[in-house]
Design a protein around this ligand. Structure first.
Ligand SMILES: NC(=O)c1ccc[n+]([C@@H]2O[C@H](COP(=O)([O-])OP(=O)(O)OC[C@H]3O[C@@H](n4cnc5c(N)ncnc54)[C@H](O)[C@@H]3O)[C@@H](O)[C@H]2O)c1
Length: 415
């Protein structure tokens, strides 16, 4: 393919050279005259293992320019310009806007060339900023996951490609460029746009979290390496997909108790751990998020499926569903107590002031709001839900397989 790579920073320069190595003909476009001058002299201004070697080898297949002109025809434009954040975190999209404004001036609107955007951008940017500029050109959003220091290796042998598309069939355009990796996820623009913020904040969270843990551990003469090695050895619960589906607040007999104990251990040794200290507050915030969703729905009657702290257990200790019921009941002006119905395996005294529905048999009450908690639904429950006219709030404990546009998720912060 003949490809123009726009923006030759760490991402664009590595892309340009590696794509040349993969057999493509490359035009590197960079606004900085100084960078273009250096590149034309064969000098790289970034350090990356093996980059100089590949550059020297593929020099003949790369040309450099500060701007494209309308006579230049390419199959694909790959945009890699910067998206720096200002001091308050607001993403500056000026480089993106200028690049696309310039592209519109130069590309042939009627040819089949398409655009791949690799810069990190907030969700909605393609729809609100890019699309209005380029109109009919196909745009693919392909976030870059390379790490500086191993950028060549990461580019040449990626572990994952995520590709945001407007139409499913557009995958055919980008497929020839997804070399050396069969792990490809095609998705919507917005999920692909948001992904780098999820990835990078998660990486940052892990670093800060384990540093806080190590500080507490060392204050208690714990061998930190031993400790972390044991943690990492558990690939079923710790380093795994477990505990990573969004749903409702955590609860139960262990998590809250042990997080509290950990904070107390830190305090006893004057170890300041802001991240770990914020966990319970974050969990409580989520409970209130769901409560305020219910307030907005303003139901006069509610049926809740399941009140224990998780599916398959009848343990009510620290159950966030019970906390939610208590919150609702503590707002006397809001909902009469008698109108909360609860169905669970074990209905006991802890669920005071609710109407209890025994497990077997069809449910006959009609309610304004149904809440799906940690109870596996039987066929009669599913039938009931099918005939329910009002909204359904899913706390995310179980995959119920109910595909209904009325379903509201616990994490939705706005209705
Ligand atoms: N650096 C990384 O490790 C990394 C990894 C993955 C993703 N990203 C993302 O990729 C994007 C690029 O990152 P980077 O580190 O290469 O940024 P960078 O700031 O180092 O490079 C951007 C380049 O684009 C050039 N440029 C700006 N406007 C231009 C225009 N109109 N035409 C041509 N060139 C123009 C700049 O002069 C600069 O050389 C960012 O959104 C970044 O968040 C970076």
């Amino acid at each position: 393919m003949k490809i123009a790579v726009l923006g030759l920073g760490n991402v664009g320069l590595v892309a340009a050279i590696c794509l040349a190595e993969q057999g493509h003909e490359i035009i590197g476009v960079e606004i900085s005259k100084q960078k273009i001058q250096l590149l034309n002299q064969g000098v790289l201004y970034i350090e990356e293992t093996n980059l100089q070697k590949l550059f020297t080898k593929n020099r003949e297949n790369i040309t450099f320019t500060t701007e494209l002109n309308s006579d230049t025809k390419v199959d694909c434009y790959i945009v890699c310009v910067g998206t720096p954040a200002s001091h308050n975190g607001k993403v500056y999209l000026g480089q993106i806007k200028t690049t696309f404004e310039n592209l519109v001036e130069t590309f042939d609107k009627d040819d089949n060339s398409f655009i791949i955007l690799r810069s990190t951008i907030p969700p909605g940017t393609i729809e609100s900023v890019v699309k209005p500029l380029v109109k009919n050109k196909k745009i693919i959003y392909h976030p870059e996951f390379l790490r500086e220091g191993s950028a060549v290796e990461d580019f040449m042998f990626p572990h994952l490609h995520v590709v945001g598309l407007e139409n499913e069939s557009d995958y055919q355009l980008v497929q020839p460029l997804l070399a050396n990796c069969n792990n490809i996820k095609y998705t919507s623009y917005r999920a692909a746009e948001m992904l780098k913020y999820l990835n990078n904040s998660f990486h940052a969270l892990k670093v800060s979290y384990v540093n806080e843990i190590a500080s507490i551990a060392s204050a208690y003469d714990v061998d930190v390496n031993e400790l972390v090695d044991c943690f990492l050895a558990d690939t079923k619960l710790n380093i795994s997909t477990k505990y990573f589906r969004p749903g409702f607040s955590f609860g139960g007999p262990c998590l809250t108790k042990d997080v509290s104990a950990l904070i107390n251990l830190a305090q006893n040794k004057q170890v300041n751990v802001p991240l770990i200290t914020s966990i319970l507050a974050s969990n409580e915030k989520h409970l209130f998020r769901v409560f305020s969703l219910i307030e907005k729905l303003n139901p006069s009657s509610i049926l809740i499926f399941g009140v224990s702290f998780k599916e398959g257990s009848n343990d009510l200790r620290n159950s966030p569903v019970l906390d939610l019921i208590n919150l609702i009941q503590k707002t006397p002006s809001y909902i009469p107590r008698k109108d909360i119905f609860v169905k669970d395996y074990e209905i006991n005294e802890s669920i005071a002031n609710t109407n209890k529905i025994m497990c077997d048999g069809a449910i006959t009450v009609e309610v304004d709001l149904v809440i799906l908690g940690p109870l596996k639904l039987n066929n009669l429950d599913l039938k009931y839900i099918e005939s329910h006219k009002g909204p359904i709030l899913d706390l995310g404990y179980i995959e119920h397989g109910i595909n209904d546009r009325k379903i509201i998720k616990a994490y939705e912060s706005d209705l």
